[in-house]
Ligand binder design. Structure first.
Ligand code: ARG
Length: 571
């Protein structure tokens, strides 16, 4: 039942002489924050201009005219320019239960995607360099977006655009030639490669001829010299093995690891098309695309003065490749806001590549704010970064310690992992992505805060309530009339809203909307549980409350799943 539609019709039937259609009215209908303002509200200022009347007068007038007899509406109130609608509670309950019943365990799944193809590019760390907490954030946001699109019926493909190309690899090769035998790269390869990189850089600064050697080596690498390519491949394999440890802990997978090097032989076409379209100009010896007429002051460099290509050119080659290979409807880049300018530039330049508008309109940069660790905590361990793998293992260990103090549970190892990782994921998703963040592990693991473990814990509670009661869910057992108390109605309304929450997260590419929702739902269940005795001598009451517990369990579980968080068996 579409309550908004019903209310829009009632309003529409009560106004005349106004140029507004029913759909527009429907669009304006809000869900009030406070229960005392009803279940739905219509802001009458929307009609003030055309009616030439003050909103509070409109509200009063409409209140008199609207005919709620024989409708699902219990009462209408006019308060400070708003029309507040109170739906008959049993209708709210029935509507939510029927809606849930269509999908049951699949509750929240949608099919708006029609198999349209969505590419989600995320994580994209750099080979031989540390995977830092910024990379952790893109990995977590990207994975959640991947899940959300997939859940909504899109054909979703995950891409990891590895930073595996550039002069630094030539430097690494030169460094390795000199000191490779001093290092055991099988253990902590990224630390060691970083060390080699630091040393060779220092040497390059002291000795110009070494820098020259590195340049030569880069050319060799580009031309496929066997020794160089083999070493580069080894660095890449070692790094990937390290990254995989993190991906395994987070349970994320990629359909493609085609990184920058994959596009290195596909860049000439970009240059050719831009040249043909007269878009390339020379600026201080470099080939650039001027974007001033697009409101972007900095030109996009396509080829550097020395003829070598750059990051942007490889990204443009990737756009061509992805359009042809995947025929995407959207290509989403989850990359930090530091690269805002870069994406603005390449999205504009992409319009000069003779691509169908479908592709250039589908390019989306989903950016996120700065993330750092609390001062003086872990940020200084191992140079000035913390290894993400250590951070995750720390979270698992600490979760284990907390659980130890709480309850005796079997399967501790698995549960510590689910809770520790769940805490980290949730912490990265709970605020809108553009906000800067100080990542505090202790806060993330606070079982009583607005955290992953809190939501997991409430979900586990729903499970144990159902188990203890030995309840087998059956919608037909539910007597709707016994669920009309405020706590039940609150919970039911939230559950009913799940699909809209998912859609709004999708439209805004904002998983935090689902994270916030899961906290609200967990809290609503907690209140419901505290206020209402579930195990009850009145079996009708008990069955109805158990069914509502079941609906909560499924909704919480599915919400967490979208975020990439598992629900432990016990907690
Ligand atoms: N490797 C880059 C970094 O770590 C991110 C790559 C983002 N993706 C892209 N298509 N440019 O900063």
């Amino acid at each position: 039942m579409d309550f908004k539609e019903i209310i829009a019709s009632l309003i529409f039937d009560s106004i005349n002489d106004v140029q507004i259609d029913k759909d527009e009215i429907k669009k304006y209908i809000e869900i009030p924050k406070e229960n005392e303002n009803g279940d739905f509200a219509f802001p009458c200022f929307r009609l003030a201009k055309s009616l030439k009347m003050a909103p509070n007068i409109i509200a009063e007038n409409l209140k008199e005219k609207i005919n709620i007899k024989d409708s699902i509406i219990e009462k209408v109130e006019a308060i400070s320019g708003y029309l507040n609608f109170f739906i008959d509670k049993s209708h709210i309950v029935k509507n939510a239960i029927d809606k849930f019943d269509i999908q049951k365990e699949e509750y929240g799944k949608q099919n708006i995607g029609n198999e349209k193809i969505i590419l989600v590019e995320y994580s994209s760390p750099n080979i031989a360099k540390p995977f830092h907490i910024g990379h952790l954030k893109t990995t977590i946001i990207g994975n959640a977006l991947f899940n959300i699109y997939k859940n909504c019926g899109y054909k979703t493909i995950s891409l990891n655009h590895l930073g595996d190309y550039g002069t630094q690899f030539a430097k690494l090769i030169e460094g390795y030639k000199r000191w490779g035998s001093e290092y055991d790269l099988e253990n902590d390869p990224i630390d060691k490669l970083s060390d080699i990189y630091k040393r060779i850089n220092e040497l390059c600064e002291e000795d110009e001829s070494v820098l020259e050697e590195c340049r030569e080596t880069f050319k060799k690498l580009e031309n496929g010299d066997e020794f160089c390519v083999n070493l580069w491949n080894r660095f890449k394999e070692l790094s990937l093995k390290e990254f995989e440890k993190i991906y395994k802990l987070l349970n994320v997978k990629f359909d493609s690891y085609n990184g920058e090097s994959f596009y290195s032989d596909k860049m000439q076409e970009v240059v050719d098309i831009l040249e043909k379209n007269g878009k390339l100009t020379t600026s201080q010896g470099a080939k650039v695309v001027d974007l001033t007429d697009k409101g972007i002051k900095t030109p996009c460099i396509i080829k550097k003065t020395d003829g070598t290509s750059i990051y942007a050119t490889r990204d443009l080659a990737a756009i061509l490749y992805r359009a042809r290979t995947y025929d995407f409807d959207k290509c989403i880049y989850v990359v930090a806001e530091e690269q805002n300018l870069h994406f603005k530039q390449i999205f504009e330049v992409a319009k000069y590549l003779d691509l169908d508008e479908k592709y250039t309109n589908g390019l989306i940069h989903v950016s996120y704010g700065m993330i750092r660790l609390p001062e003086g905590k872990m940020s200084t361990r191992k140079g000035n970064f913390v290894k993400v793998e250590d951070l995750l293992n720390d979270a698992i260990k600490k979760a284990g310690e907390i659980l130890q103090d709480r309850n005796d549970v079997d399967n501790k190892e698995l549960i510590s992992k689910q809770v520790g990782i769940g805490a980290v994921i949730f912490e990265d998703l709970k605020e809108s992505r553009i906000k800067n963040q100080v990542f505090d592990l202790n806060e993330a693991l606070n079982f009583n805060g607005e955290t992953g473990p809190y939501v997991q814990y409430m979900t586990v509670r729903t499970k144990s309530v159902l188990e203890k009661a030995g309840y087998i869910p059956n919608k037909d057992d539910v007597n709707i009339e016994v669920l009309t108390d405020n706590e039940s109605i609150n919970l039911i309304k939230l559950i009913e809203n799940f699909d809209k929450i998912i859609l709004s997260a999708l439209e805004k590419n904002e998983p935090s909307i689902i994270a916030r929702y899961s906290v609200d739902l967990a809290k609503a269940y907690s209140t419901f549980y505290n206020e209402n005795k579930i195990i009850n001598s009145d079996t009708a009451v008990q069955d109805a409350r158990l069914y509502l517990t079941y609906m909560t369990k499924v909704t919480l579980t599915n919400a967490l799943k979208l975020l990439g968080i598992e629900v432990p068996e016990k907690m």
